[in-house]
Design a protein around this ligand. Structure first.
Ligand code: AMP
Ligand code: TRP
Length: 327
């Protein structure tokens, strides 16, 4: 069997430069080496309340972002999670394999639940079972994600090996692919927190749909550290974060970058970072807008069909092993 990749992003909020640098960028780079599946995970999105028409629009926007980032639908399978009903079906089964105690230990759940108190939906707790289903349905080898998904990947592996042990070898064991640089881009307004789509403060992140003036304003307002030297330095997390974004967008080495900024101050770094980001986003957004509605629809329909044929096979094996049979 060919080596496979699966990954996805939720169609909520606005995808930002952290999503691109931590995840999408690697999907694009890896798609030629692996058989790849990139999914817009709209069923994950509804684990917190969503406005239906906004969700539908975001789902298509995220698919456009995948394509604009360089995912080639001739090479990779791009689809929407809800178009392949096996995701929800396997998620139910894995909900009967995972323990509540394991779900309650997930830091993403704890963080998100804290913000909603008594209104936490059951789906928010069982979210990792759906994510495990996404991955295991395709007999995935590698899952390129940002650092925040590491714990979910470990749980996915636990569920796969538990299922294989209890019901017989069924799932391939997936591994996380977390990049050495860029797996955790921090918020511009607070280098102690990650850049996040659900942040209420819009100045924390540069979104992939921000216009040039917005990018310049946000970079200008970004917090900095004390000191003046522009260097990668763990004790100066704000500057190191800006430098990391600069490094990934320019493809220069850290040594080259430090030499370039030697004797220049934070203001110079910010102004160059803003321009590099604007120059990255300009063609990106042009590509997004150039994708016609019909082209998008047919790409997603084809993707769903391809995904479905594989998902169906896995589901058949799962049901057989578990003794789930009907008429
Ligand atoms: P999400 O926005 O939660 O749907 O995440 C989509 C992908 O982006 C996942 O692989 C995340 O791990 C990754 N990601 C999210 N936030 C960041 C960040 N601040 N830095 C790097 N990667 C991120
Ligand atoms: N939980 C992931 C996130 O928020 C999104 C996701 C859902 C995912 N299913 C997946 C990522 C499967 C990788 C593989 O970022």
């Amino acid at each position: 069997m060919p080596k496979r990749i699966f990954s996805g992003a939720q169609p909520t909020g606005n995808l930002h430069i952290g999503n691109y640098l931590g995840a999408l960028r690697n999907w694009v780079a890896l798609q030629h080496e692996y058989e790849s599946f990139f999914c817009v995970v709209n069923l994950h999105a509804i684990t917190v309340p969503q406005d239906p028409s906004a969700l539908a629009a975001k789902t298509r926007e995220v698919a456009r972002i995948y394509l604009a980032a360089g995912i080639d639908p001739k090479v990779s399978t791009v689809f929407v999670q809800s178009d392949v009903s096996e995701h929800a079906e396997l998620a139910w089964i894995l909900n009967c394999v995972v323990r509540v105690s394991e779900l309650e230990r997930m830091t993403q759940y704890k963080d998100k639940a804290k913000k909603q108190r008594e209104n936490v939906l059951a789906g928010l707790l069982t979210y990792p079972a759906l994510m495990a289903a996404d991955i295991l349905l395709y007999q995935t080898d590698l899952v390129p994600v940002g650092h925040d998904q590491k714990q979910h990947l470990e749980l996915t592996r636990d569920l796969a090996s538990r299922f294989n042990r209890d019901f017989g070898e069924t799932f391939r064991m997936p591994e996380a692919f977390i990049p050495k640089v860029g797996a955790k881009i921090q918020a511009l307004d607070d280098p102690a927190k990650k850049m996040s789509k659900s942040d209420e403060n819009v100045h924390g992140s540069i979104t992939l749909v921000d216009d040039a003036d917005t990018v310049r304003r946000k970079v200008k307002r970004a917090v900095t550290d004390s000191g003046t030297e522009v260097r990668f330095d763990a004790s100066r997390p704000a500057i190191t974060n800006l430098l990391t974004i600069y490094q990934l967008l320019t493809g220069k080495t850290s040594v080259e970058i430090e030499e370039h900024f030697a004797g220049k101050g934070y203001a110079q770094l910010k102004s160059e970072l803003a321009e590099v980001t604007v120059e990255f986003l300009r063609p990106f957004q042009a590509r997004m807008n150039a994708i016609g509605d019909e082209e998008l629809r047919s790409t997603l329909a084809e993707g769903a069909e391809k995904a479905r044929s594989i998902a169906r096979e896995t589901m058949r094996a799962v049901k057989e092993r578990m003794g789930i049979v009907g008429a």
